[in-house]
Write a protein that binds this ligand. Structure first.
Ligand SMILES: [Zn+2]
Length: 390
């Protein structure tokens, strides 16, 4: 706890957010993507045809686009990203010791570093994991080195022969494979450096050595500051002015389309103004619905596609004109009247010795009990004597 206090005393700036708040904010920002992925998975479980739709198949791209739209709105209206706004933090630009409000360039840079770079990182991560998954156990490069290499300018291959073309293509393939191999070897170090630099900046921020909480903020010459009541008034005024402007423009040209647009704008603004409440309500209701349908809720028996009730037993067969008497002894063959050997069933489901039923069906072409038409191909060996497989 003393460390967090130390941070504020060292920096000597009341508007500087504490490391604790910033770490919580960072965690929240990092949780958006897994949460969205989880939500998509839940929806896809209920509607499996959605799983093959383009936005779900290209989840990284869809998420980046969604994030771009949300963060652009937040930066334009609050000078902060969504998670920063939750914690009452804004971004300011540092120019020669003094702070300036975020410029248009700063907003674009913020978008690049909060949406573009994480998107590229996610794609590289996915590529790395796919490479590792496919190259595990395939390490033939070292064996290839033992082969006799024919240089491309060898006198034997002077005219551009088939062999030479093959050799060139093989070399390109080899370079590509080599590049992939170096990527797999170097990427963990790059990943460690990337993540490590964030940790290092967090520690430096904690001890007051820097005002930049992340290396990205340093690259953009930006810092975090607490949103003050004056800021909130300014943001509100700016937002209301912008909206009044849009409405005035629409009202200047009255038409059905414009009044429709006005209604859409107004409802969107209402939703945006109450986005925090809506989000919390959505999470709570989502969790509630999840609990309602979960196995933990005793009110509803769990009936999934793999957990349905057993079907009712089949109706008893009509036996008024059977060729043989049906025996009530489970192990006895109705044809030879002895204990069954090598049990086999015909199409009707009745079980006899295999030789007995085969002979009977071959001669009569019907089941001896039900007299339903039957052929020898439908006689099935059954394993009633077999030990149950665990
Ligand atoms: Zn028999």
């Amino acid at each position: 706890m003393t460390l967090f206090l130390a941070n504020e005393s060292v920096a000597g700036d009341e508007a500087l957010p504490s490391t604790f708040e910033l770490i919580m904010q960072d965690r929240m920002a990092g949780g958006f993507k897994p949460a969205t992925q989880y939500l998509v998975n839940v929806v896809c479980d209920s509607y499996p045809h959605l799983a093959s739709s383009t936005p779900v198949k290209h989840f990284h791209e869809s998420y980046a686009l969604l994030k771009l739209l949300i963060e652009r709105y937040c930066l334009a209206h609050y000078d902060s990203l969504l998670s920063e706004r939750f914690y009452g933090i804004k971004r300011v630009e540092l120019t020669e010791g003094s702070t300036e409000p975020l410029s248009e360039r700063g907003r674009h840079l913020s978008l690049l570093f909060s949406v573009g770079v994480p998107y590229i990182k996610a794609k590289l991560d996915a590529y790395y994991h796919s490479l590792v998954a496919t190259t595990v156990g395939v390490r033939s490069d070292d064996e290839d080195d033992g082969m006799v290499a024919i240089p491309s300018d060898h006198p034997l291959l002077d005219p551009p022969s088939k062999m030479e073309r093959f050799w060139r293509q093989w070399k390109t393939l080899r370079i590509w494979a080599q590049l992939k191999k170096s990527f797999v070897d170097l990427y963990p170090a790059a990943h460690f450096g990337y993540e490590g630099s964030f940790l290092m900046y967090q520690w430096m921020y904690l001890f007051g050595y820097t005002r930049h909480f992340t290396p990205f903020l340093r690259a953009m010459k930006m810092a975090f500051a607490r949103i003050t009541p004056t800021d909130i008034t300014t943001f509100d005024q700016k937002r209301l002015l912008k909206r009044a402007d849009v409405l005035a423009q629409l009202e200047a040209r009255p038409s059905i389309v414009n009044s429709l647009r006005k209604a859409v704008y107004k409802s969107t603004w209402l939703a945006l103004d109450h986005s925090q409440t809506i989000m919390i309500l959505t999470i709570v209701s989502f969790k509630f619905v999840e609990w309602m349908y979960s196995d933990l809720n005793p009110r509803q028996p769990a009936l999934g596609p793999l957990n349905c009730p057993p079907p009712p037993p089949p109706l008893p067969p009509q036996l008024h004109d059977s060729a043989i008497a049906v025996t009530s002894e489970v192990q006895r063959c109705g044809l030879c009247q002895r204990t069954r050997t090598n049990p086999a069933s015909c199409a009707s489901g009745f079980v006899f010795c295999y030789p007995c039923i085969h002979q009977y069906v071959a001669e009569h072409g019907e089941c001896p009990v039900t007299r339903l038409p039957c052929d020898v191909a439908s006689i099935a060996r059954i394993y009633e004597d077999a030990e149950p497989v665990a």
